[in-house]
Design a protein around this ligand. Sequence first.
Ligand code: HEC
Length: 120
Amino acid sequence: MIDAKKLLVATLFGLITTSAVYAAGNEALVKEGRKVFVTKKLGNCLACHSVKGDPGIPQTGDIGPKLSNLNAYPKSYLFEKIYDPNKTVANTLMPPMGRNHKLTKHQIDALVAYLQETTK
Ligand code: HEC
């Protein structure tokens, strides 16, 4: 007979380790995204944006909107916004970081993770 208690303990342990691994993976992605955001040769996003929830970066970028509450958007919307902002705002000043091959898809995923985690 299956020991229900052991099964429950094993299931809970599985859930906890899975979410811990996920959290650690997300943390690394968030860190990488922040680096892309602030590095001039990469995203250089801070030239135009300040970020709610990250007082460690200069809050002087004011060509674009202050980035806040971005976890309200689906990830796919933010990815597209960074990959090719012209798709949502035809004459935007924001450069198309993916379409012009300035950033990889992985770097854009990292930016999305950083922005959603930081601005919520
Ligand atoms: C040359 C200035 C400029 C740069 C550089 C720039 N942006 Fe923007 N960004 C804008 C402007 C202007 C808008 C508002 C118009 C629009 O939505 O396209 C905007 C809009 C956004 C939005 C939508 C915000 C909202 O609340 O809807 C996001 C997200 C964003 N930018 C992220 C980034 C990221 C990440 C980078 C770096 C890879 C970046 N931007 C680089 C000018 C810039």
